[in-house]
Design a protein around this ligand. Structure first.
Ligand SMILES: Cc1cc2nc3c(=O)[nH]c(=O)nc-3n(C[C@H](O)[C@H](O)[C@H](O)COP(=O)(O)OP(=O)(O)OC[C@H]3O[C@@H](n4cnc5c(N)ncnc54)[C@H](O)[C@@H]3O)c2cc1C
Length: 383
């Protein structure tokens, strides 16, 4: 889709985009339906992505990245969105989980884990949500209690993206039960730790290729080195990192909405009714014209958010406003485009159907639309 000219990217980024685009077209798109049936992206795909530098490109070279900011990883997120590939959880791995380890991990933990997170040898997940605590993260119940040279962790998490594949899970635990948000710390749990198990691969209405799991911790001993940052500062860390997580949602929603819009133009140009192309009905052109204007505005907003995040870092309110607006935009685009596909829009193998069901969760995870309004609302009187 043509938008206003984008000014964020250098020729080096454009070359990188070609690599990412080819990978998504040749190594992801043809297999995505099979992965949806298997409810999982194979590890080989992660390793291939890592070998091409598509994972954690932002990491310093010493850890296997390019070390030149997050724009390369943003490009990967956009290209996955362009392909409608919701299975590979690369953006969450690179832009949400790894930053915790890079910023708050000890040197030992970083040199052990970061190169594997760049190569795809290790897959990352983040465990905040629990069965009884999602929006209200301060009421999580998973506990970490000092034990020997480390900690003992008990509890469970649910709805964890990359949950089946994950080798490394950054996990929020209560370390000072009386203190609510001020008693939460972040730990790294690793595949193979005794007492760390996974439940079923959760069945969702969309994003079927994405492995979303329950995680269980039963007396898991975690070495001291796996505590991230300061004790009891986990809530602060999550709030700080959520801005980048919410930006990533803006980026993927905008990219997916643009791709679906393009597919709808193609479909309505080919489909005939009453002797003419569906695109030639005034209603179709008005609907698509309205969406195009919204997508142009969305692109400008998204690029402004990316630029500001790269320059100074987004505030909580800015990131929430972006997440709210772009996830709602994708919802509108998916609904209107599906309608223009007619009955075929309701058929699973058509992109409009897939985009429609895949889009719904964007308004819920990484903070619901209502929570985004709460965050923005608190700023209205200067708070
Ligand atoms: C596919 C998928 C992937 C996910 N991936 C991850 C992941 O990788 N890691 C992770 O930790 N979590 C993950 N989540 C969890 C997700 O972030 C939560 O589901 C989400 O934050 C909402 O929490 P909840 O489901 O407990 O809903 P609840 O918090 O119970 O909310 C229920 C309803 O109440 C509303 N509500 C709650 N509080 C307020 C309020 N103060 N004001 C107004 N309305 C309110 C909500 O907006 C919502 O409409 C994932 C979820 C899904 C479905």
């Amino acid at each position: 889709m043509s938008t206003l000219p984008r000014t964020l990217f250098s020729p080096e980024h454009d070359q990188f985009r070609e690599v990412a685009r080819r990978f998504c077209t040749e190594r992801i798109a043809p297999f995505h339906a099979a992965w949806s049936r298997a409810q999982r992206v194979p590890r080989e795909t992660w390793l291939e992505a890592g070998a091409l530098g598509l994972l954690n490109a932002w990491l310093p070279e010493q850890y296997g990245g390019v070390g030149n900011g997050i724009l390369f990883d943003i490009i990967v997120c956009e290209e996955l969105g362009r392909t409608g590939a919701t299975g590979p959880g690369f953006p969450l791995h690179s832009l949400i989980v790894t930053p915790y380890i890079e910023e708050y991990g000890t040197d030992g933990l970083k040199s052990r884990l970061l190169p594997k997170l760049a190569s795809g040898e290790a897959i990352a997940a983040i465990g905040m949500t629990e069965p009884a605590a999602g929006s209200d993260l301060a009421s999580i119940r998973t506990t970490a209690v000092p034990e020997g040279y480390g900690w003992r962790i008990d509890g469970q998490k649910t709805f964890i993206t990359n949950g089946q594949n994950a080798d490394v899970v950054v996990t929020a635990c209560v370390t000072d039960p009386g203190k609510g948000a001020k008693g939460v710390s972040m730990f790294v749990l690793e595949r193979g730790m005794e007492g760390f198990s996974r439940g079923r691969n959760l069945r969702k209405i969309g994003q079927h290729a994405q492995d979303t799991a329950e995680l269980f911790f039963d007396n898991v001993h975690v070495p001291r080195e796996n505590l991230l940052g300061e004790l009891n500062c986990g809530f602060y860390m999550m709030m700080q990192k959520l801005a980048q997580e919410r930006l990533m949602i803006s980026v993927q929603c905008q990219a997916r909405a643009e791709a679906l819009f393009d597919q709808t133009i193609v479909y309505t140009s080919e489909r005939k009714a009453f002797g003419k192309r569906v695109l030639d009905f005034q209603n179709t052109r008005f609907v698509l014209a309205g969406l195009k204007a919204e997508l142009m505005a969305g692109r400008a907003f998204c690029d402004a958010l990316i630029a500001r995040h790269v320059d100074v870092g987004l505030s909580a309110v800015e990131a929430a406003a972006g997440k709210l607006w772009h996830s709602e935009l994708l919802g509108r685009v998916a609904d209107e485009c599906l309608q223009l596909f007619g009955g075929y829009g309701y058929m699973e193998e058509y992109p409009a159907a897939q985009a429609f069901v895949d889009a719904r969760i964007e308004r819920i995870y990484a903070g619901t639309s209502e929570i985004m309004k709460e965050v923005i609302g608190r700023s209205l009187d200067g708070g």
